[in-house]
Design a protein around this ligand. Structure first.
Ligand code: G3I
Length: 360
């Protein structure tokens, strides 16, 4: 059965639920000339509350895991587009844009690739074929890609991965030639897609964000097809450096690159039952969402704000922190909007408009 037949009843339910919510994040975002998005999981499209909230509130979605190597390329000669296609079709039905994540990362790679002991020339061919096949399959349907994810470490150095550790993927046999090569292949496969470098812990002003800034500035100067930087914005300490983040967004957009906040969540210390240890943290969390979203919306060139999931029910944080932190998102486990939702909504409503929506 066609995917659209499966999803059609969802569209009806979503339209009805949209009538119940006067304000919607996506309307406020559209008015401000930005996209508001969330990571999403194909296997959850069978859950009515999940799809109703997703379609009602967001004009952008990003497959959390369904376009990663391990999911989409599980065996050397197997490519599984079904989960990605389900999310892309859902987005099409609900007039949402799609970000692709991610074409090159050192993690979450399938065993056949990790343990393949491929030569540089073999790895170069495998990566080229993967990028050409995946970006080609979604050409015109995925408007922006995280081409390379988390290639720089906390010291600002290129980190070890099968890609970095096998010189020869790029033309030059050193430095970030392998990163540039991935961007060039992605651009060949879809010249209209916006291509991003995406990283964590590089949101404020730091040695790491200086390295990201220097790398993307150099790439842009030399005509490498790069269009933006993704700042993941995973906040674990309730004390983000707001001024540093604003300064970093400004300096990147001053290069003529876009900034997307790509994976925002604000983790709260929780007790064994998953309840916030300090009720005041809930207000702190809301203020962080408001401040960070304002930093983006009020800076021309910062064109998307995305959270890493939208309901606390399915966040990666509790498992990642072994239960010590949780409740990082803007809808609670029962899909009720939290104070954090109001913080994000207020930023979209009250921040100065960008003017006309940029080429998103
Ligand atoms: O789907 C399998 C399931 O079949 C199996 O039974 C289960 C048992 O291990 O694993 C499931 O796969 C898990 C997958 O999430 C889907 O739930 C993987 O083990 C698990 O490692 C994977 O974690 C994801 C992680 O990236 C690694 O890919 C998280 O959900 C996802 O939120 C996280 O997202 C990353 C971004 O891609 C990059 N930025 C950091 C961010 C957080 O780590």
């Amino acid at each position: 059965m066609k995917i659209s037949k499966i999803l059609a009843p969802v569209a009806l339910a979503t339209a009805l639920s949209g009538l119940l919510f006067a304000q919607r994040l996506r309307d406020e975002a559209q008015h401000r000339g930005v996209l508001v998005g969330t990571a999403a999981r194909a296997y959850l499209l069978s859950e009515q509350q999940y799809t109703a909230t997703l379609a009602r509130e967001y004009n952008l979605l990003e497959p959390e895991n369904d376009l990663k190597w391990q999911t989409i390329h599980p065996a050397k000669d197997t490519v599984d587009f079904l989960p990605g296609d389900q999310l892309v079709e859902f987005a099409r039905l609900h007039e949402m844009k799609v970000r692709g994540h991610c074409l090159m990362w050192g993690h979450y790679l399938p065993q056949w690739l990790e343990d393949g002991h491929f030569t540089a020339s073999e790895l170069r061919t495998l990566l080229h074929e993967h990028i050409a096949k995946v970006v080609g399959h979604y050409k015109g349907r995925i408007y922006a890609w995280d081409v390379v994810n988390e290639a720089i470490d906390e010291k600002g150095q290129l980190r070890s991965s099968i890609w970095y550790d096998t010189p020869g993927i790029g033309e030059a046999r050193h430095g970030n030639a392998y990163i540039e090569q991935a961007f060039r292949w992605a651009h060949e496969a879809d010249p209209d897609a916006l291509l991003f470098y995406n990283d964590a812990e590089a949101e404020g002003m730091s040695r790491k964000s200086d390295s990201v800034y220097a790398m993307v500035r150099d790439m842009k100067r030399r005509g490498v097809p790069i269009h933006g930087v993704g700042l993941q914005m995973h906040i674990f300490d309730l004390k983000p450096d707001f001024n540093g983040i604003e300064a970093n967004i400004r300096r990147i957009t001053t290069l003529g690159l876009q900034v997307h906040i790509t994976e925002m969540d604000v983790a709260l210390p929780v007790d064994g039952g998953g309840k916030p240890r300090d009720p005041a943290d809930v207000q702190r969390q809301a203020e962080i969402y408001r401040r960070i979203a304002t930093a983006c919306v009020s800076t021309p060139g910062c064109t998307a704000i995305q959270t890493w999931g939208f309901t606390d029910r399915y966040s990666w944080i509790r498992s990642w922190t072994k239960g010590r932190q949780g409740n990082p998102l803007i809808f609670d486990h029962e899909y009720a909007p939290k104070l954090a939702y109001k913080g994000l909504s207020q930023a979209l409503r009250d921040s100065p408009a960008h003017g006309s929506a940029p080429n998103q």
